[in-house]
Design a protein around this ligand. Structure first.
Ligand code: NOJ
Length: 632
């Protein structure tokens, strides 16, 4: 891609916009949100329309600044992504299977109802045996737990519910003793309002920490400084009546956004990151890391969000920080001053970034992040997490194929369906209990045979589904609690509001794992109960299948670094090939419930994997959601 089109202005056409890397990502995102096929833009009639004309045609339907906001984002990116076909550079984090632990609900060693570090320690052998190569711990730092640890009060202290720093050090060395790596969760976009920096900043207008945050004095306190909307409902500004100031919080009212433009703050962050790296942790998952650089107006105030973008994307103001003006600079600074000297790994959580933007932050030549989590595979077009709908895996096939073919060998993709922020994917794909097992095997089969780094979320390997919460009383997550309140205020009945929460709540992923052990009666309600056919009775169990598939990937250069080709993408079919000079695999998937004829029946390959219970069926038949792996 060349930069010859720049600077983009309203004289350019929609097609021009789509040719720029950032414009392409933005338009794709809008089309996805609106469930419109990209052909709508690429067809010659529409693509030749100048933006000035679209503006005129749209009249008052679009906020006047809509295109200006998008054009500003496009022109702000001075680089174009590089897409390399050179051989992939090997790295441990491309080979390892990661396993995400949400410590609160992983394993509760002292039976107080909360998972803990000793619990993780007790399960290290289990994880090693599963074939896991690296652990990602969701936050274990000291925190008032308004957002379960994503609101950090002290970056250098362990939350007492989880244990002590000694327990952490022990866990780290025992993880390393087993040949596994450990990465921490780094929350750098915000701190808790109880963090010492914020407490000082609030009380003392002249202290250096004041400028670590976005704190705006206002004696009246009637109108927030901007119209930005928080991800956890309502305004993104909290008023502190005693101090008569507003403070910015993109997440909960107790998660105060940090001002990364302040060099002293960045210095504090670097020293803390290096402190953990000196301890020997192998890297970090970086929470909403693409939000750290906020756009300022010339007078240093924050700009208003565009209302049209706000109504399309729900979170008014997002265009001013999700791909901010200094994002690349700040990422490079951490890379250079902390990660590179320690040979540490980084995976950024980057909501909203499309393929080009992901390339811009993960291309190995750019020295920013090693990898990112992008999220557009988690819901099908036109749907959001809180919609109750059936996920069509044909969308996943097309989405992932596009990334497999185009992301570039200089970028490594993360492969995941679940994390602590989402309901379980298997429950989105099927509501039929008899299909849960084959769907889970299908998801795992694709995850370990596509190209990229797989991230297993705790419980995936146990076949966990969503939890049947029966009322709001069982739900404590701040996002769900606030959204429920918002829905009621907007006039929804309690039943309607609860149904919405049930579809999308993060709580599904946060119930204690069932380890099939004796649990005190008063704790039982908190433990996820599994349908027996999934966990115990199936033979082999879903856990054994995970183990088998992880081992297959681990021992195959072709599956880790090999090429990818799509062989068949007819409705409900996904047939793809992975190969290197030594081995070839062909994977055939049935993405639907209907039993069909197999499309790929080679004479010169061996069938090395087939979903239970289809192993004894004729090879010509592809069972419901079956996945099979051929090898040569
Ligand atoms: C993303 C985390 O994954 C989520 O759990 C958290 O609530 C927000 N960032 C805010 O830290």
């Amino acid at each position: 891609m060349k930069r010859s089109l720049y600077p983009i202005s309203v004289k350019n056409t929609l097609g021009d916009l789509y040719k720029t890397p950032v414009g392409h990502d933005i338009l794709d995102k809008l089309l996805l949100q609106l469930n419109i096929d990209p052909f709508w833009i690429t067809n010659p009639v529409v693509s030749n329309i100048p933006l000035s004309m679209v503006k005129k045609l749209a009249g008052s339907k679009l906020d006047p600044g809509f295109f200006d906001a998008i054009i500003a984002l496009i022109n702000q990116e001075k680089d174009v992504p590089c897409v390399s076909n050179a051989p992939i550079t090997p790295a441990w984090w491309k080979e390892a299977v990661f396993y995400q632990i949400y410590p609160r609900s992983f394993y509760d060693s002292d039976r107080d109802g909360v998972g803990d570090l000793k619990g993780i320690l007790e399960k290290l052998d289990y994880l090693k045996d599963l074939g896991v190569g690296a652990l990602w711990l969701s936050p274990v730092y000291d925190s008032p737990n308004d957002d379960n640890g994503y609101d950090i009060r002290d970056y250098r202290k362990i939350l007492s519910d989880f244990g002590s720093m000694e327990d952490f050090d022990h866990l780290l060395s025992e993880t390393h003793n087993r040949g596994m790596k450990l990465i921490m969760d780094l929350v750098l976009n915000h701190t808790s309002d109880e963090h010492a920096w914020f407490q000082k900043a609030l009380k003392d207008p002249s202290c250096p920490e004041r400028d670590y945050y976005y704190i705006i004095p206002d004696p009246e306190g009637k109108t927030p400084p901007t119209n930005w909307i928080s991800f956890f409902s309502g305004s993104a500004w909290r008023y502190f009546p005693e101090e008569k100031v507003w403070a910015l919080h993109l997440f909960s009212k107790k998660q105060m956004d940090l001002n990364w433009d302040n060099p002293a703050l960045r210095q504090e962050i670097l020293s803390m990151v290096n402190w953990w790296l000196d301890k020997g942790v192998d890297g970090f998952r970086m929470d909403v890391i693409n939000y750290i650089s906020k756009e300022h107006l010339p007078d240093h105030s924050l700009p208003q969000g565009n209302e049209t973008i706000g109504s399309l994307m729900t979170f008014t103001g997002i265009e001013h920080y999700y791909y901010g003006p200094h994002l690349h600079d700040y990422l490079r600074e951490i890379k250079e001053k902390a990660f590179l000297p320690h040979n540490a790994f980084s995976v950024g959580e980057t909501p909203g970034l499309g393929m080009n933007m992901c390339r811009m932050v993960t291309g190995q030549e750019r020295k920013e992040l090693d990898m990112v989590f992008s999220f557009d595979q988690l819901e099908t077009p036109g749907h959001t997490r809180f919609d109750d709908y059936l996920y069509d895996l044909n969308y996943y096939r097309d989405y992932i194929t596009n990334w497999m073919l185009h992301y570039g060998n200089n970028c490594q993709m993360s492969l995941f369906y679940n994390n602590h922020d989402n309901p379980r994917m298997v429950s989105k794909v099927t509501k039929d209990p008899a299909m849960v097992f084959p769907v889970q095997v299908l998801l795992a089969g694709m995850q370990f045979t596509l190209r990229g780094t797989p991230f297993v979320f705790q419980g995936d390997e146990m076949g966990l589904t969503n939890y049947a919460f029966s009322s709001m009383e069982e739900i404590t997550d701040v996002e769900s609690v606030n959204l429920y309140q918002e829905l009621i205020e907007k006039g929804k009945t309690r039943e309607e509001a609860f149904a919405t929460i049930l579809a999308g709540t993060r709580e599904h992923a946060r119930v204690l794992l069932p380890w099939n052990e004796d649990i005190p009666a008063d704790q039982k309600a908190k433990v996820h109960k599994l349908p027996a056919y999934l966990f115990q009775e199936a033979d082999p169990s879903i856990t054994a299948i995970y183990k088998e598939l992880i081992a297959l990937r681990k021992n195959s250069h072709a599956l880790i670094y090999g090429d990818f080709a799509l062989l068949n993408r007819k409705r409900d079919r996904f047939v793809y090939k992975r190969w290197d000079e030594k081995e070839t695999f062909v994977i055939e998937c049935n993405l639907g419930k209907t039993v069909r004829k197999a499309a790929f029946l080679p004479k010169d390959m061996t069938l090395i994997f087939r979903t239970e219970p289809y192993k004894n069926e004729p090879k010509e038949t592809l069972g419901s959601y079956e996945i099979r792996i051929w090898k040569k």
